[in-house]
Design a protein around this ligand. Structure first.
Ligand SMILES: Cc1ncc(COP(=O)(O)O)c(C=O)c1O
Length: 421
């Protein structure tokens, strides 16, 4: 059935190996295969589909734009679509949140915007080193990959990945304050042997790292350290921004303001390729074309992104996520945690993880496969892929959410009760 994919598509393909299904249609939080089988989506394009598949409001804006033969590709020339989007971002996001950022349109993928942030931090500070955290994932191009922690991804580089010092994330020690103490120690000790970094780059919730939710006090501690040592704080909000954690930006819960913010995945509202960098105006010092690229002006992305911002605003998507967070948390605590006390459950908003590492990391694979068999698309993350990651579209209906959670519950029960394991 999958002959042409196996024969013609590169070996590098990955997600299709976990989901051997040919998909055809998608609506809201449901994917449909070519033979009409429906699957609940707890994967949401790895965070690219926060507004749901084919969101009616966003789709309409895109269809209207297309039907009028408006410009689709424009590099970074001025266009009406970009003008409206910049105005919308300013009025609906920056002004209400009292933020002042310049917006840099980057190449079409998250990793390109991470590269832009790195270059800009190095240019601003004239330093080469940056700090990244154990468990981090920032993308697959060389600069971002140098800050990505997992061995498998790093091996693909084929050359040394350097100019990055990995430091312990909040969960590396028993108590998050130890991670801050460690940072303070290596920065204050002029014999630590570690060069002062241009930036500390972090995710407020490590998604690929296994759903590790940094406490707000830890995030505030990082902000303080950055201020004290003149280091730029860069938050990679690619996977957990755009309301995923219950706030438009994931760092709002800590009452901090990063110097730069990287956004991609759901920023286009519709799953279109788009990535941007928010930069405090004083750090916006690239000269024209110093970070260039053909696809920095995805007009459909601007149209979708503006519609997404309007949808967030009109539907109070942030509040909706906080409401649904309770549904998921309650289900996991009441129905899944009691299955085995060694399961570790953690999360925020609509990103949750069930960690099997204390039982057997490999069990997560069997759980994922059982879920797929029973109509739920779900992925794994973290060390040894031991974490089942729950990441539905934020617009998922309550009953679909509960149905998906029930499929997951049954899969966990099935796998843990199997005497053969
Ligand atoms: C936190 C984070 N940063 C960066 C990236 C890379 O984005 P892209 O795959 O669009 O290059 C990802 C992708 O999963 C991510 O989750």
């Amino acid at each position: 059935m999958f002959d042409i994919f196996e024969k013609r598509e590169s070996q590098v393909r990955s997600y299709c190996r976990n989901f051997p299904i040919e998909f055809n249609k998608a609506k809201g939080a449901v994917l449909t295969s070519i033979d009409g089988q429906e699957y609940i989506d707890f994967f949401a394009g790895a965070g690219a589909m926060n507004f749901g598949h084919n969101n009616e409001y966003i789709k309409k804006q895109i269809m209207d734009y297309l039907s009028q033969d408006k410009i689709i590709h424009a590099l970074d020339m001025f266009t009406e679509a970009k003008e409206k989007w910049l105005n919308g971002f300013t009025e609906k996001i920056f002004i209400p949140k009292n933020l002042d950022y310049k917006i840099m349109c980057c190449g079409a993928t998250g990793t390109n915007a991470v590269e832009a942030a790195l270059k800009l931090a190095r240019k601003n500070t004239k330093r080469t080193n940056v700090f990244a955290f154990t468990g981090a994932f920032h993308g697959m191009t060389l600069g971002s990959l140098a800050m990505t922690s997992d061995r498998h991804s790093r091996l693909g580089a084929g050359l040394p990945l350097n100019n990055v010092t990995f430091v312990p994330y909040y969960n590396a020690f028993k108590d998050y304050t130890q991670s801050l103490d460690y940072l303070e120690m290596i920065l204050s000790d002029d014999h630590s042997g570690i060069d002062l970094p241009a930036a500390i780059v972090l995710e407020t919730v490590q998604a690929e790292g296994g759903v590790n939710v940094a406490p707000k006090e830890w995030l505030q501690g990082i902000r303080k350290i950055c201020d004290k040592y003149g280091i730029l704080m860069i938050i990679d909000d690619i996977q957990v921004g755009i309301c995923r954690t219950g706030d438009f930006f994931s760092w709002e819960r800590a009452n901090i303001i990063p110097d730069m913010v990287v956004l991609s995945k759901s920023i286009s509202g519709f799953g279109l390729p788009m990535a941007i960098l928010l930069v405090k105006p004083e750090y916006d010092i690239f000269s024209p074309a110093e970070h260039n690229g053909t696809f920095r002006g995805n007009q459909l992305g601007f149209v979708g992104s503006l519609a997404g911002i309007e949808y967030y605003h009109d539907h109070q998507l942030d509040k909706e996520v906080k409401r649904k967070e309770k549904i998921v948390q309650d289900f996991l605590e009441r129905r899944i945690m009691p299955i085995d006390v060694r399961l570790d459950i953690r999360g925020i908003g609509l990103i949750w993880g069930i960690d099997f590492i204390k039982i057997d990391a490999q069990l997560s694979k069997a759980v994922m496969q059982k879920c797929v068999e029973n109509g739920l698309i779900i992925e794994r993350a973290g060390r040894e892929d031991s974490v089942i990651k729950i990441l539905p579209p934020l617009t998922i209906e309550d009953d679909t959410l509960l149905n998906g959670l029930s499929i997951l519950e049954n899969a966990v029960k099935d796998v843990l009760s199997n005497p053969a394991r």
